[in-house]
Structure formats: structure tokens, C-alpha cells
Design a protein around this ligand. Structure first.
Ligand code: CMP
Length: 138
């Protein structure tokens, strides 16, 4: 079934000039861009986006890092989007990421791991709507 996922190119990857290469890999893998922009989170908004992790030890650093520079949030569409996108980006820890994945190529550490990918259809919907109004999604 065709469905949607949500991704963000994270501050380290945007800062290093990898946005174009990453978007090229995403499109080459068959994903269609539904919505995309460049923006920057405040620490408060990053905290809201990652609220599910608020009890985790890495939460404060994560909010600081995610608001440290511009990001590129994107809504994507494809058959089996959530699962296939997580395969394309690779493991959260780049040390465990498969050859040829986006994180293997561009992630620097567990935290500065270049890109986000939603973990379920439900979260993809919530995360996409966090950044984009309905009239921006087509
Ligand atoms: P992401 O897939 O966006 O979801 C949560 C983010 O927290 C993760 O990518 C990393 O950027 C960051 N993070 C930092 N440390 C950890 C950790 N130990 N486990 C999971 N995520 C972590």
C-alpha cells in the first residue's frame, strides 16, 4: 500500500552541505516528495517534537543539537514508506548502519546521525503535521 513517512535532514548534515546528496538518494530510492522546506527549531520546539523521549538521558542534548542550526523537514510517499525509509537510512547508531545507507555515508555519531525517519504510520502523520499545514501537503 502507498503511504507516507516523515524525515528531517538534521543540523549536522545541513551544515556540511549534504542536503542535496541526501534528497537525491531519497528520490532515487523511489520516494516522492509531498512537502519540503528549510527551517530551524527552537530548543522548546525540538523538545515538543521529541516529547516521547523526554525521560531518556539523551533528551536535553538532543533538543540542544536539533535546534543548533537549520533542518530540512520532508514528507515522503511510497509503497511501504515507513519500513523502506528506515532501511534506506540505516541504524540509529552509525557504527551499526549498513553499507550504502544514508547514515553510513553521512552520520557522525549516535546523536548527530544526519537524518530522522518516522517509526510508524501513526507517528509519520503526527510528525508531518507538526511542520506542514494540510494545504502544503500534495
Ligand atoms: P532519531 O531517529 O531522530 O530519534 C531520536 C534521536 O535521538 C536519534 O535519532 C538520535 O539523534 C538521538 N539519540 C541520541 N542518543 C541516542 C540513543 N542512545 N538512542 C537513541 N537515540 C539517540
Amino acid at each position: 500500500p502507498t503511504n507516507k513517512t516523515f524525515t528531517m535532514i538534521k543540523p549536522d548534515a545541513v551544515r556540511d552541505g549534504h542536503s542535496g546528496s541526501i534528497i537525491k538518494m531519497i528520490e532515487a530510492a523511489g520516494f516522492r516528495v509531498v512537502a519540503m522546506k528549510k527551517t530551524q527549531l527552537t530548543p522548546e520546539l525540538a523538545g515538543k517534537f521529541y516529547e516521547v523521549h523526554k525521560e531518556r538521558p539523551f533528551y536535553n542534548d538532543l533538543c540542544k543539537y536539533m535546534s543548533s542550526g537549520p533542518i530540512v523537514p520532508i514528507i515522503l510517499e511510497k509503497e511501504n514508506a515507513v519500513t523502506d525509509f528506515r532501511t534506506l537510512i540505516g541504524a540509529t547508531n552509525p557504527a551499526n548502519a549498513e553499507e550504502g545507507t544514508i547514515r553510513k555515508l553521512y552520520a557522525k555519531s549516535m546523536e548527530a546521525n544526519a537524518i530522522h525517519g518516522s517509526d510508524s504510520d501513526e507517528n509519520a502523520e503526527i510528525e508531518g503535521n507538526f511542520f506542514f499545514a494540510h494545504i502544503e501537503q500534495f
